[in-house]
Design a protein around this ligand. Structure first.
Ligand code: FAD
Ligand code: NAD
Length: 471
């Protein structure tokens, strides 16, 4: 029986990073992964690389370029001829990027001497894992430390069963080869808004049916209000408090029945995406063989060092509590490997950035104003609109604002909330500031290059101190 110091089950951004870090630390490491890519070949990288972060951002970029070519160039005095979109070519570009990255992980495994065991991993008692290959062959391996990084999958919605053609999940929505004239999306969360944006920019009439009465409840209210207004102006029809009761796929269309404040409603779409959240993957994993029980939502309980209730078994990423984000999973992966090596093992969940890659982008770190109010924390707020930022105006992209929240007594930065151009990149400065326990004054006294978008964060910090210069 092959024996490894560390064996990781799952090669998403949690698992593959944990495996590489474990190998760097001198452990003999293997990683079990069963994913079969779109080309029919085994693939590393998990949800994120195959059907998540990377492919969705590739399509967001293509659709943004198309939209700008059609609608954004006239303001710069540029006239273009007819602009056309070839969705099949756009999807093929996305597939190429996915292949390059998933193959790249294979290269990183080779470089770091991580053995890829192809197949499904299943715990088989203390220190033992069985790997079931696609042809059914079973290989038993032993490991001193086992890291479960099996990730998550889309949450099914029984009233809207997928048929893979008319009704699809987020993975199916990355592969439309024609622009649906009418696109319905159940769930106005992160996936609904990102994929809704892709197809709306390409010409779909997009309707989002959201069960909750509130839009993006985890986001700062001021940002949500601006986002809602902006998305509406872009044509996204966001129906809040809409409870879907049935979705029926026909030969040419999908009929969706739902209830909202106006009573029973019906809508017809060419395609329907179900994006109502994700759930942890633990079925068939043999957790019972080592006595691990999942919690009431299906997650594997872990302590602050990612230890499960079974000795020598750890769990990280989407399969455990916390935000379902790739960068969070990867940081868990590094921390768990370092913990196994007897090193410091810590991830600061208080400074994990969240980003929604719409236009304008939404990004935040730390606490929202409504959370600070609810907790009774005294705070001051500084807001700076991109309308007053020279670079944003030069880019013709001056929608949105930066909002900074600082403790009213200590001045420590407690949260930064951005809606605007390149918010995904701008938020990094706020993350660093918060990680180093910066005050609003620290940010206000740091020189920011002119003209840059980052000056908006500088000005928001000045505003929190009541001394903004440009508003
Ligand atoms: P996963 O990436 O889900 O990987 C788990 C792996 O384990 C899979 O490859 C699976 O095949 C394998 N596996 C499961 N069980 C077994 C088994 N028994 N044996 C062998 N292998 C097994 N996050 C961001 O931070 N930024 C984004 O922009 C972003 N965009 C997203 C867009 C979409 C459309 C989706 C769906 C998700 C997106 N996410 C994004 C979320 C992100 O993809 C996940 O948070 C991240 O992939 C979680 O990493 P993970 O390693 O925990 O799990
Ligand atoms: P989500 O939790 O962001 O949104 C799901 C939405 O569906 C919620 O607003 C919820 O109220 C709604 N909903 C639930 N049941 C419903 C029902 N029956 N009818 C109508 N609406 C319903 O989940 P998601 O958009 O599926 O994404 C899953 C996770 O993947 C995210 O939470 C995030 O962690 C990750 N992700 C991250 C990114 C990013 O970082 N940019 C992008 C995509 C996905």
């Amino acid at each position: 029986m092959d024996r490894y110091d560390v064996l990781v089950i799952g090669a998403g951004p949690g698992g593959y990073v944990a495996a590489i870090r474990a190998a760097q630390l001198g452990f003999k490491t293997a990683c079990v992964e069963r994913w079969i890519g779109k080309d029919g070949q085994p693939a590393l990288g998990g949800t994120c690389l195959n059907v998540g972060c990377i492919p969705s951002k590739a399509l967001l970029e293509s659709s943004e370029q198309y939209h700008r070519a059609r609608h954004g160039l006239a303001a710069h005095g540029i006239t273009v001829g007819e602009v056309a979109i070839d969705p099949a070519a756009m999807v093929a570009r996305k597939d190429k990027i996915v292949r390059q990255f998933t193959h790249g992980i294979g290269g990183l495994f080779q470089k770091n001497r991580v053995t890829w065991l192809k197949g499904s991993g299943r715990l088989a008692g203390e220190g033992k894992v069985e790997v079931i290959a696609a042809d059914g062959a079973v290989q038993a391996v032993a490991a001193g430390h086992i890291i479960i990084a099996t990730g998550s999958r889309p949450m099914p919605l029984p009233v809207a069963p997928l048929d893979g053609v008319r009704i699809v999940d987020s993975a199916g929505a990355l592969d439309f080869t024609a622009v649906p004239a009418r696109l319905g999306i159940i769930g106005a969360g992160v996936i609904g808004l990102e994929l809704g944006s892709v197809w709306a920019r390409l010409g779909s009439a997009v309707t989002l049916l959201e069960a909750m009465p509130e839009f993006l409840p985890a986001t700062d209210r001021a940002i949500t209000a601006l986002a809602h207004k902006e998305f509406k102006a872009q044509g996204l029809d966001i129906r809040l408090g809409a409870k879907v009761t049935a979705a029926t796929a026909g030969a040419d269309a999908v009929t969706v029945a739902f209830e909202d404040a106006g009573g029973a409603q019906q809508a017809t779409f060419d395609r329907l995406i179900v994006a109502v959240g994700r759930q942890p993957v633990t079925d068939g994993l043999g957790l019972e063989t080592v006595g691990i029980r999942t919690d009431e939502r299906g997650f594997i309980p872990v302590d602050e060092r990612f230890r499960t209730s079974a000795s020598g078994v750890y769990a990280i990423g989407d399969v455990v509590r916390g935000p379902m984000l790739a960068h969070r999973a990867s940081e868990d992966g590094i921390a768990v490997a370092e913990g196994i090596a007897g090193q410091h093992c810590h991830v600061d969940y208080g400074t994990i950035p969240w980003i929604i890659y719409t236009w304008p982008e939404i990004a935040w770190v730390g606490r929202t104003e409504q959370a600070l109010k609810a907790e009774g924390v005294p705070y001051v707020s500084g807001v700076f609109p991109f309308q007053a930022n020279g670079r944003a105006r030069a880019m013709e992209a001056a929608q949105g604002q930066v909002k900074l929240l600082a403790h009213a007594e200590t001045d420590r930065v407690l949260g930064v909330h951005i809606i605007g151009p390149h918010a995904s990149e701008l938020i990094a400065e706020a993350v660093v500031a918060m990680e180093f326990c910066a005050s609003a004054e620290d940010l206000a006294r740091i020189v920011h290059a002119h003209p840059t978008l980052s000056e908006a964060l500088h000005e928001a910090a000045l505003a929190a101190q009541g001394r903004a210069i440009h508003i």
